[in-house]
Design a protein around this ligand. Structure first.
Ligand SMILES: [Zn+2]
Length: 197
């Protein structure tokens, strides 16, 4: 099961948290529509790729909920999958309604939806076929939002926990808060030996 969706997750007390004080825009509050995986991404997967992630009978994938930018749980989950023999893991970072069409949505985040769907579909189609294949070097690819906050944090965390695994950030599948900080994050990740495509 090599596809992981992360979900930024906050509670009703968001505005009293450190993140809420610095960014006083409630988002991804658990139980609200904004917390769900982006409806446009689900539709794109369903209509363009015949992939249904809307119910338990659809394609299997993992969800990691996270209350902070980076998730140690995510990094350890990735490590566990690699130890189990998976070679190619896709992490789709925070592609939720609030980060695309909701309270922190943007044109840049909406613009990557078709590409994110295409990449995700590719990993769903391969499924477990590459498991235990010695000819494939293990890699972890990240796409999603925001390049300059949660993508970079989690890429560096996974790099820290899995130092011998290639970590790839696919820039075409990422959107930042601004074009400048998107680019700056890609530059920093390159410096930290993350493969930026
Ligand atoms: Zn947040």
């Amino acid at each position: 099961m090599p596809v992981i969706f992360t979900k930024d997750t906050h509670e009703d007390n968001y505005l009293t948290t450190q993140e809420g004080k610095n960014l006083p825009i409630p988002h991804c509050i658990i139980g609200t529509p904004g917390h769900s995986i982006c409806a446009l991404l689900r539709r794109e997967l369903r209509e363009q790729h015949k992939i249904d992630i809307s119910d338990s009978t659809g394609h299997p994938y993992l969800v990691v909920t996270k209350h902070t930018f980076g998730s140690g749980t995510l990094a350890h989950e990735v490590k566990t999958l690699l130890h189990a023999g998976h070679r190619d893991i896709l992490v789709v970072v925070d592609m939720q309604n609030d980060f695309t069409t909701g309270s922190l949505g943007s044109d840049a985040a909406q613009a990557i939806i078709p590409y994110v769907a295409k990449e995700t579909a590719k990993y769903f189609e391969v499924g477990d076929a590459n498991k235990h294949r010695p000819d494939i070097a293990p890699h972890v690819k990240l796409i999603g939002v925001a390049t300059d906050i949660c993508v970079i944090t989690n890429a560096l965390l996974i790099k820290t926990i899995c130092p011998e695994v290639e970590i790839i950030v696919d820039s075409k599948g990422c959107a930042g808060i601004t074009p400048e900080t998107h680019q700056a994050a890609l530059d920093v990740m390159r410096m930290c030996q993350i493969t930026v495509e």
